[in-house]
Design a protein. Structure first.
Lengths: 373, 272
């Protein structure tokens, strides 16, 4: 089935007090997708959401909805509904009236309102809550009311602004599954905003990684993780060792003092590149059997695995392994060709991916603690 | 229940003492006077005499009600606009609202006398253009105007306070769900600002209904409100018993009307 573009952003720029919050951003979103804007606070993800909802007009650029330019169209005329970060339920209405709000505004007959609200309550698992005071509900329940209140209007797009941020971890996991199910059941386009990379990867069809008002990468969660486009994305999504390297030729990348076979091609011979190696893709072997050799400088037990910092010629690698190693131990590392990912140099090169600051931080913290003791 | 510490128990003591001395005991005295005659004998005479003041009561309530409603009509949109302005403008507007309150009520009312008089500022001004002097002082209109003028800050401030605390995301949420400006006002802003309206209503209505100074000065002796009647019994006729019974009935009627207002608004958290 061919899916149509439902939202298109064209060269959007938004400034607040002379500062560019969104910088010439373009993006299109297909109907029925679960799209996530991922980035740290201030990256422009919420601003993008507010542009689509209509609470904000871009300083330049246009928003198209189903091919129609949305400039000057107020929020109440857009077929888009929002789940606000703090839910924004109406405290003076009970659960039923909150969900019925949009239908009442549209002057839907009472019998139909009752039918649709009941159906929504079933969808979000809140049967029997009709008469409850919304301010007395738990965070998760308020969240469900907010979802029902938006979905009852059958919007073409549902915008979700960090909707799970206020929930505790367990509830957050449950709601992630539930949201994903609701999206599948209804087929509505979900545009989700979060700073939690795990949430983004586990829920979305498409992830849009943003930083400093610009899109860093758009892709499926697997692509984003395995093929990060630059050092920022590699560092932001999961853990990464990012090294300076040189592409000697196709399928041959040189870094950390030697050359490795890899799967990347299409670079100029001798081009300077960033090399990404994920901590879980490195195998630790005996010192004399490795491609690289280094000293373990720190070991942290995290339950499922150990996080080990290995110093190789002054660059500190993070490696995740299920085997225990001791601090000071000399180990060998094996890096398979498919574990190496080569990226073009970007303005983020050299800023991320070295774990020497990581162990430094721990050292400093220890020193401070000792001083305090 | 949690045990309260000594400090917690004595923290309320000053106010309880104050309330006992200056609220509860005087009330008891009012009740005592209301049900006794000049010789201190128990009697219903004062209560029976109240029938003569039916008109006065009705007029007092009518004028104060009109004044309060007009005050509300002026204040509500003003408070709404004020709550939407920038922080700096809000401070300036708030100061302008409060400014008249820095002056004593008696002085303010007295100056309105000079403005509204037969030979007052307005009529002098109109005379320049050959317009016949208007009769303003001594009319119910002047009394109602005086009430509005004096008590309007007590309406604006509570409404503004409530409105400025309404979560902005609720308003965005209303728009998001399809409300235009009017529907947002009716379905969200109005119900959420009701507590402010009720306290504003109370704070304007209660002093208006019991005022005697405004009606004396701006009513020119032609408008007698219940406050004037009480003052006359106390100050001129030295009939404390009748004065007390008038006061008692006034208090009870105010209490009842406030309960009605609260019930009408459907908010049982607030009592008066």
């Amino acid at each position: 089935m061919e899916k149509n573009t439902i939202i298109e952003l064209k060269n959007i720029t938004v400034e607040f007090d002379g500062e560019k919050v969104l910088d010439d951003m373009s993006l299109s979103i297909r109907d029925g997708e679960f799209v996530t804007f991922l980035g740290s606070s201030g990256c422009g993800k919420t601003t993008t959401l507010r542009l689509i909802a209509g609470f904000l007009e871009p300083d330049s650029g246009e928003v198209f909805f189903d091919g129609k330019n949305m400039r000057g169209v107020p929020p109440y005329k857009r077929e888009v509904n929002t789940i606000f970060q703090r839910y924004a339920l109406f405290p003076h209405y009970n659960v039923y009236e909150n969900i019925a709000y949009g239908l009442r505004v549209r002057k839907v007959p009472e019998a139909q309102i009752k039918e649709q609200v009941t159906e929504m309550l079933r969808l979000v698992n809140l049967q029997g809550f009709e008469k409850r005071n919304v301010t007395k509900l738990s965070g998760g329940q308020q969240q469900r009311v907010a979802i029902a209140r938006a979905l009852v209007l059958k919007p073409k797009i549902l915008l979700l602004d960090e909707p799970l941020a206020a929930l505790d971890l367990k509830l957050r996991k449950d709601m992630q599954n539930e949201l994903k199910n609701i999206q599948k059941q209804t087929g509505i386009t979900f545009i989700f905003v979060t700073h939690d990379q795990e949430e983004a990867l586990s829920m979305s069809d498409t992830v849009v990684v943003m930083n400093e008002g610009k899109i860093q990468q758009i892709g499926s969660p697997i692509d984003i993780y395995n093929e990060p486009e630059n050092a920022f994305v590699a560092d932001f999504i999961g853990e990464s060792n990012i090294l300076d390297g040189i592409m000697k030729s196709d399928y041959n990348a040189c870094f950390a003092g030697r050359c490795f076979p890899c799967l990347d091609k299409g670079f100029e011979p001798g081009e300077e590149v960033d090399i990404v190696v994920r901590p879980e893709d490195v195998d630790i072997v005996k010192a004399d059997q490795g491609m690289l050799r280094g000293t373990v400088t720190s070991v942290t037990f995290l339950g499922v695995h150990f996080e080990i910092i290995v110093d190789i010629g002054g660059f500190k690698w993070m490696i995740q392994t299920t085997d225990e190693h001791k601090e000071g131990e000399v180990v060998g590392l094996v890096i398979e060709p498919d574990a190496i990912h080569v990226m073009k140099k970007s303005k983020y090169s050299g800023q991320f991916g070295d774990y020497s600051s990581y162990s430094d931080e721990i050292d400093t913290l220890n020193v401070i603690e000792e001083e305090e003791n | 229940m949690k045990k309260r510490s000594f400090a917690q128990r004595i923290a309320g003591a000053p106010y309880i003492l104050w309330a006992a001395l200056f609220i509860v005991i005087p009330m008891a005295i009012v009740v005592y006077y209301a049900f006794t005659d000049a010789n201190g004998q128990f009697s219903f005479d004062n209560i029976k005499q109240l029938a003569d003041y039916k008109e006065t009561f009705l007029i007092s309530f009518e004028y104060s009600f009109i004044a309060t409603v007009i005050t509300l009509i002026i204040s509500y949109p003003f408070a709404y606009l004020m709550s939407k302005k920038s922080a700096a403008s809000q401070r300036i507007m708030m100061m302008l609202v409060m400014l008249p309150m820095w002056m004593n009520l008696l002085i303010r009312t007295y100056s309105w006398m000079n403005i509204l008089e037969r030979n007052g500022i307005i009529n002098n001004f109109l005379e320049q253009f050959g317009i016949e002097p208007l009769k303003m002082i001594g009319t119910p209109g002047a009394v109602i105007f005086g009430m509005i003028y004096n008590y309007i800050p007590y309406m604006i401030i509570p409404i503004y306070n409530v409105m400025s605390k309404i979560d902005k995301s609720l308003l965005e949420s209303a728009e998001d769900l399809g409300s235009n400006g009017l529907s947002k006002l009716r379905r969200v802003i109005l119900p959420l600002s009701m507590p402010g309206v009720i306290s504003g209503f109370t704070m304007v209505f209660v002093p208006s209904v019991s005022t005697f100074y405004i009606s004396q000065k701006l009513g020119g002796g032609k408008v007698m409100l219940i406050g004037d009647a009480i003052e006359r019994q106390m100050q001129t006729s030295y009939n404390y018993n009748l004065g007390a019974s008038l006061s008692l009935v006034l208090m009870i009627v105010i209490l009842i009307s406030m309960i009605v207002v609260n019930r009408f608004a459907g908010d049982d958290d607030l009592l008066i």
